[in-house]
Design a protein around this ligand. Structure first.
Ligand code: C2E
Ligand code: CA
Ligand code: CA
Length: 635
């Protein structure tokens, strides 16, 4: 650093600032000259006090300090400077003529960084100054770096704190959101469960519904067909007359009734303590019971009998006693079944058979029922053709007055002469004709044919037979027709019969099921003096008192009571009671199906007016009937 430096304005700003303190002016001059030449900014002080003052105005970067001075010596100045934070870091180099080792040691003790002995060599001074300034600069840089580092550390700590806070916030938000989502999920699951419940259960009774049953049966059948499961039993309970209750007493009553039936079924089934048993609400008035893992019909029948007992007593709804009856189909489900619908179809066939039977409210499905079903289908097809081909004709069964033994009338009974199958019984085809509405054209034909016959006979024979009647069976389907009376009027007009000779037979169940229609039509019939008989009495549900409201002339006691009359005390009691009540209400009575003289005598004794049955005559064709009539009236 021997080259002189030019102090420009700019350099001045960055040049190191050195204070020289010496009471010897020559020293001051020499030193300042040398240092200024080197490019330093130099200030001078000639004693201690001045030095301290100068330092206060501006802190120098380095001090060259003499020790021996008149006012305050160098050590003292140094010590003072070391005490202040502002000045303690200024590097101080002592420049002194004192040359013993103690002074030097003391100089370092009070805080000097270097020591130059006088007389000094200029290059040594420059070198030492430059060294110390470099050191000082390095120290400053170090301090600065330290500060920067410190700032960085602080900002890192701050950043970390912030991150920690953010993390904490995030975690809290995650927890909150998770909880919120969980609630949403819970709600959705709840709704899902409710929807599922509604889909698989009947909303009124809470029982599993048809959809559930179909799914369950599908599963059971699939298992069965893959030899993973066993045969099982499906029982379907069909409530009779439920629609009538619903229509006449109102839906609310119907609903209450279904709820009560459900309760009874549930408690009866749980009382059975049978495992793998399920109850379902299969249709409006139908229930199903699944007996898994058994194919023993005995078990199903035992259950059905228990159920019948528990449903037999009256249900009390809105202070009203309501009795319900059921028909029940039992199907043993084996590997022959592949679809639930096949089970339902067969259960339905069994129910239909039970409905027709007078002795069995339940029926176990078997192949013969299926054959019957096929036969039904065949009959339906043939019936349509038969109507066109006029394969029907009428038979006439005499009705005898028990007192006189004389004929009092005929009941017309339709016959079907099938070209291949021969004579088909009305028991086989009337109900099919009713189901398919073919009874409507057939019924018109029967009425017309019967009236044609009356008109023929009335001209020949009835002139003295005022009360002679020809009875015609009328099915409920015909009766419900809006224009039934109009059609009847047309036939009467056409055939010109005297109306007093015509009697219509309708069944007791028709009255029960269509009381309103019956009221209307009966009054119109009465206005025409057409007579009315209640057919098959005792097989329905009506009481005699109930019949009182209808303008009925005759009661026909069903064959099933008459056939047991002489052997069965109970049947005898019933028939006697029926007779008494019918007479009290002003009806006359025809006993149906009289086959023996004993029956005939008994009935006559009890005051029964009329009888009909094989004992007197079977249903006869037109010619034989004519013959019977002529013989009987003459004889
Ligand atoms: P229903 O009206 O009760 O007719 C009486 C049935 O009992 C007749 O059977 C008759 O032949 C039968 N019968 C008469 N006396 C005796 C007897 O002493 N013993 C026995 N075992 N049976 C006797 P059918 O002719 O087979 O008719 C059966 C049912 O078909 C009738 O029962 C009736 O419900 C219906 N039906 C018959 N003809 C007609 C018709 O023209 N129109 C309608 N709608 N139904 C008819
Ligand atoms: Ca009849
Ligand atoms: Ca009858």
């Amino acid at each position: 650093m021997t080259n002189a430096k030019l102090i420009t304005q700019e350099n001045r700003l960055f040049a190191n600032n050195i204070l020289i303190v010496d009471d010897t002016p020559d020293n001051l001059r020499l030193l300042s000259k040398t240092l200024i030449k080197e490019g330093y900014l130099v200030r001078c002080a000639i004693n201690g006090s001045m030095a301290l003052l100068t330092i206060k105005t501006k802190i120098p970067d380095l001090i060259l300090l003499d020790i021996n001075m008149p006012d305050i010596d160098g050590f003292e100045i140094c010590q003072q400077l070391k005490k202040s934070d502002l000045t303690k870091d200024i590097p101080i180099i002592f420049v002194s003529a004192l040359d013993n080792i103690f002074d030097k040691v003391k100089a370092f003790e009070v805080g000097a960084v270097d020591y130059i002995s006088k007389p000094f060599q200029v290059p040594e001074v420059l070198s030492r100054v430059s060294n110390q300034l470099n050191l000082q600069n390095l120290r400053r840089q170090l301090v600065q770096k330290n500060q920067l580092l410190q700032i960085e550390i602080y900002s890192r700590i701050a950043a970390e704190t912030e991150i920690r806070q953010l993390n904490f916030d995030l975690e809290r938000r995650v927890i909150e959101r998770t909880a919120q989502l969980q609630t949403e999920i819970d709600q959705k699951q709840k709704i899902q469960k409710q929807l599922e419940y509604l889909a698989w259960n009947n909303s009124l009774t809470g029982l599993p519904n048809r959809l559930w049953l179909v799914r369950k049966l599908k599963k059971l059948l699939a298992d069965l067909n893959q030899k993973l499961g066993k045969e099982f039993i499906t029982v379907i309970l069909d409530c009779n007359r439920f629609k009538i209750i619903n229509d006449s007493l109102g839906r609310q009553v119907g609903d209450q009734l279904l709820t009560m039936v459900t309760q009874s079924l549930k408690s009866e089934i749980s009382a059975q303590k049978v495992q793998h048993i399920h109850l379902a609400h299969f249709g409006e008035d139908k229930f199903a019971i699944l007996l898994e893992e058994t194919s023993e019909t005995n078990k199903a029948i035992a259950l059905v009998q228990k159920i019948k007992q528990c449903l037999a007593s009256a249900f009390i709804v809105e202070n009203r006693e309501i009795f319900l009856t059921f028909n029940i189909g039992i199907v043993v489900c084996d590997a022959n079944y592949s679809q639930p619908e096949e089970i339902f179809r067969d259960a339905d066939l069994a129910i239909q058979k039970a409905k027709k039977s007078s002795s069995h409210y339940y029926q176990v499905f078997d192949c013969t029922i299926q054959n019957t079903a096929l036969e039904i289908l065949e009959i339906e097809t043939d019936l349509r053709i038969a109507l066109q081909r006029q394969e029907f004709y009428l038979n006439y069964q005499p009705i005898i007055c028990l007192n006189t033994g004389k004929i009092s009338g005929f009941e017309t009974l339709v016959r079907w002469h099938h070209p291949q199958k021969g004579s088909i019984s009305p028991d086989k085809f009337i109900s099919i004709a009713e189901q398919t509405n073919l009874i409507l054209p057939l019924g018109i034909w029967i009425l017309q044919e019967a009236c044609r016959q009356i008109s023929f006979w009335q001209n020949q024979l009835f002139s003295q037979q005022e009360s002679f009647t020809v009875s015609v069976n009328i099915s409920a389907k015909q009766f419900e027709q809006e224009d039934f009376i109009t059609q009847l009027d047309q036939i009467i007009d056409r055939t010109g019969i005297e109306l007093k000779h015509l009697k219509l037979e309708i069944t007791e169940s028709l009255l029960m099921n269509n009381a309103a229609v019956a009221d209307r039509v009966f009054n119109q019939l009465k206005a025409r003096q057409i007579k009315l008989a209640i057919d098959d009495f005792g097989t329905g549900y009506s009481s005699l008192n109930y019949l009182n409201r209808f303008p009925v002339d005759t009661l026909k006691i069903d064959r099933s009571f008459i056939s047991r009359l002489t052997e069965d005390n109970q049947a005898a009691t019933i028939v006697k009671a029926m007779l008494d009540l019918a007479h009290n209400l002003g009806f006359d009575v025809v006993a149906e199906g009289v086959e023996t003289i004993k029956q005939s005598q008994q009935l006559r004794e009890w005051g029964c007016e009329f009888a009909q049955g094989y004992f007197y005559a079977k249903p006869l064709n037109q010619d034989l009937a004519w013959q019977f009539l002529a013989d009987n009236l003459q004889g």
